[in-house]
Design a protein around this ligand. Sequence first.
Ligand SMILES: [Zn+2]
Ligand SMILES: [Zn+2]
Length: 168
Amino acid sequence: MPNIEELTYCSEHPNTATNLKCSRCDTLICHKCMVQAPVGIRCKEHGKIKKLPTYDVSKGMLIKVTLLSLLLGILSGGILGLILSPILWGIPYANLILIAGYGYVQSEIISLSTNRKKGKSLVIVGIIGIATCYCIFIALTIITSIYFNIFDCLAMIIGIYLLITRLR
Ligand SMILES: [Zn+2]
Ligand SMILES: [Zn+2]
């Protein structure tokens, strides 16, 4: 027979003996008031699912992803304008696919580096990166006088659209 003094009781139900504790705050909880969370059992307060964690982007993360996005934009703009565009020039739709596809790639990298988060701030970060890439690309096409046409502009709009729909 268990010693009565060794029994611990639920903090909310003083008559219910329990040895279960919230995995966050160590409050004693019983079967009636515990919440099954992915990280173990929790008290009612800590078992609550945080409001839309997908949209919860911290400041540090935002700064990191902004820098990454900028760097990516600069690199990709350079690669697109100096290497890929001259090589693929003349192949129908190659530029279009590359430019539009960049919107997808950019959004995917942002998404991956933030643990699949979404939201307005990430859309802005993505647009900063994509705009950097396209500006560098346009500047390079002017400098190197590669033919730049209206379809490239269209592709840019598609690229930005892809990015927005994926990060929104
Ligand atoms: Zn708790
Ligand atoms: Zn309880």
